[in-house]
Ligand binder design. Sequence first.
Ligand code: SF4
Length: 606
Amino acid sequence: MDEKNIIPLLLDLEANLARKTADILRLIKKYRKVDGSHFSYTEIIESYKKLAGTKGLQKFQPELVEKILMKPIRTMSGVAPVTVLTKPYPCPGKCIFCPNDLRMPKSYLADEPGAQRAEKNYFDPYLQTTNRLEALYAMGHSVEKVELIILGGTWTAYPQAYQIWFIKECFRAINEFRHKNDSNTIVKKYQTFQKKFKASHKKWQTQFFLSNDPVKNKAAFAKLQIKGEDINSQSKVNYNQLVTKYYLEPEKALGVVDYQKASWAELEREQLTNETAQQRCVGLVIETRPDEITPSSIRVIRRLGATKIQLGIQSLDDEILRKNKRGHGVAIIRQAFALLRQAGFKLHVHFMANLYGSTPATDKRDFVKLFKDPDFRPDELKIYPCSLIETAELMRYYKKGLWQPYTHEELLDITSFTLTHTPEYCRITRMIRDIPSQDIVVGNKKSNFRQIAEAHVKATDQKMQDIRAREIRGQKFVEKDIRLKITTYQTAVSQEKFLQFVYQDKILAFLRLSLPKRGITPIIQELADAAIIREIHVYGRSLGIGQKEKEQAQHFGFGGQLIAKAVKICQAKSFQKLAVISAIGTREYYRQRGFSDGELYQFLEL
Ligand code: SF4
């Protein structure tokens, strides 16, 4: 660290802390490193964290970091998101729009930022988690409440021993962060596998194996990559076959499969540590297909610690699902919703517009159905208009003139429609997948299309009421003007109550309460006679556990007040107990509020 030059800058920053952000940023540019370059914001924050309280500097002041960061949006929703990818692996799906990038787990593209991070870390869960936590921490974000988002292909299709190991390693990385770092040992392990592979590579007919160098991997796979237009029912090669040949077989022979497995006991040890660790996992998300959801897969997913499921439904039209080779129909989607809701999971749904066979009119019709039909009604949404990718089978349809991307106007029409037709209990987490423009063959290349659609909605005097449009973020509020609003809606298996604290048109906190319909046999025995808290979310900057900050929503006790209200509702409806689908890192929070541990859930006797 260039201590000699950075200390005067830090002293200057302290002295000018009351000034406007723009002045602070100008001030930073006055100082240079020994080599003449400017200090990066990360360098300044890291140095400040190390040196605060020494060398004439006052003790650490979070405001200084905030001024430098300007807008810490990433953790504004209250938790630090850590996204990790599973390794390339066969997927049971054959969806024609899905990319077939052999360097990635199914449906991901090597050029996507998160995917590159995963590749550079051998798709290893410990390395990816540590790396992401370090990056967030270096930028000044609190990482004490972590939402772990596991993406890649179809989670439930991976061997169970791999699933357990993957999550165990994510937990271990969170538990050890800033105390211990096992990264070097893990990297050496992969290097040893590589050496063993090189010694016998002729056997595998490829130069490639487990490299963490994206440039080398790209070159090694250049000739092997699938061309989407060549895929048809007679295709001799497909993603699953090639991934089996180039990854799975060598992995098995070289002992990687044995390394990448763990027992339930090993996972549970890390989970137990996480319950009281400095960094806690307050949410765990996995991604799968509707036809993979069964009562037994749900029990496994829950035991792993998951609290939310990302479910690719894509369409609610049997014919469109068939044309796109999804491998299941709408009835299976209905069943998956019912099972997951009975188990209390939060439902994060992927919905695609512009699929083969759809039109803006059918997309709108399906979107209306998503909320009108009580069998669906998801909690969160990703709306992804279909993008044409070179390696996807859709290329063949495009070349034959059977599929065309929507025009700008059509896309604007459908995205604006979804923004204005999403109810207040749902959050549109993302709109338009962030695919690098060079990977899109034709169609929309604007990754900021959500902003364009939002601007259009405002300009045409329409309203958005989804959660994301109403989050309080850093906005100040007046405590006496906060009110509790309860929205009730029915689903196939429950009555749902969406309890929210609102200030003007902003949302400060919410609780999702599920009141199961009587007479339905529970798929998880311990949930019999129980209402379920599916989610509590309090907005405000992600603060450290126990750390206070004035006028931030997280510390006004909204969580406790919402639970008290939920208890009253359940008592009035004669439920025997209130269950919560708690994340591993929130178990202590619920224990302190009187909940006791069950097998997969925590319970409050009513
Ligand atoms: S199920 Fe998902 S990952 Fe698998 S092929 Fe279909 S879209 Fe791709």
